[in-house]
Design a binder for this molecule. Structure first.
Ligand SMILES: Nc1ncnc2c1ncn2[C@@H]1O[C@H](COP(=O)(O)OP(=O)(O)OP(=O)(O)O)[C@@H](O)[C@H]1O
Length: 262
């Protein structure tokens, strides 16, 4: 399996991400990622799965230019990712929104990114309204972000990223702390989204199954499997060997009331 799903846009010349021989280690620690090679193409919704500590968040930080590779390179739309450089093509929703929301009101927070992109006041206002409406949180516009619930904060952070109209969006554990209603709303938003591509790290494998058309299993610093979500997550032995479980919806249904009679 190599991630060449039917839905990939490999006919188009430029991959969204082109990663070659990417390695990373924290000083004095064993490598977190070792010689990762992969490409992400337009149309791909890539679920990144793996046990705790597999390197998912580290992988995202490298793609966003928050940390620097120990070796190897990452191209975002054919241009190298440089540490600390702002790339409007890429947006990231962090696991913890407390670091991401800091303005006095939700609408100011959503406006922050587009304003820093140098857009006119009128364009910023239009984008804020559009993002709030897309996410369905217009009623939160005047609220101070720090007073919101965890789920509401997650949606506000998402609106802030979408207002910048990134072509690639990275989500780190987007469903953690979301109740079923917010989780369902997020699934609907992601399934309706028009970005080129998304990367989603999650331990919520049913969520990955509903949203992603490609899955990458990371463990021990390497890509263990890359391809069709149903094939990879449906392989009980593979999942078990890497600290994961086959999602319940992929386990054949056993009728406990009748199976004893057979
Ligand atoms: N600042 C740091 N200094 C040293 N080691 C770190 C640092 N941050 C993370 N690590 C280590 O790097 C490894 C990968 O961590 P990372 O957060 O990328 O994993 P993850 O796959 O996102 O895990 P989880 O599923 O638990 O969120 C872990 O072993 C972690 O302990």
């Amino acid at each position: 399996m190599n991630g060449n799903t039917e839905l990939s846009g490999e006919q188009s010349a430029v991959p969204v991400l082109d990663i070659a021989d990417l390695s990373f280690y924290y000083p004095g620690r064993p490598p977190v990622l070792e010689k990762i090679n992969l490409q992400v193409w337009p149309g791909q919704r890539v679920g990144i799965i793996g046990p705790n500590g597999a390197g998912k968040t580290t992988f995202f930080m490298l793609n966003c230019g928050v940390i620097k590779p120990s070796s190897g390179r990452i191209l975002l739309y054919d241009k190298p990712v440089k540490t600390g450089e702002f790339r409007p093509e890429l947006g990231m929703i962090f696991q913890n929104q407390d670091d991401q929301l800091f303005c006095p009101s939700v609408k100011d927070d959503v406006a922050f990114g587009p304003t820093n992109m140098g857009l006119s006041k009128r364009e910023v206002e239009a984008r804020v309204q559009e993002a709030l409406a897309t996410i369905g949180i217009e009623e939160l516009a005047e609220r101070p972000p720090h007073q919101l619930s965890g789920g509401e904060k997650r949606l506000v952070a998402l609106a802030g990223v979408l207002a910048m109209r990134p072509r690639l969006v990275i989500y780190d554990e987007p469903t953690s702390n979301l109740d079923l209603r917010y989780r369902r709303r997020l699934i609907n938003i992601l399934n309706a989204s028009t970005q080129d591509a998304m990367l989603i790290a999650s331990h919520d494998l049913e969520f990955i199954l509903e949203v992603c058309n490609r899955v990458i299993l990371l463990d021990n610093g390497s890509v263990i499997a890359d391809g069709n979500p149903w094939e990879i997550m449906g392989d009980a032995e593979l999942m078990h060997n890497h600290g994961l479980e086959k999602p319940h919806s992929l386990v054949p249904h056993v009728d406990k009331h009748h199976s004893w009679q057979i």
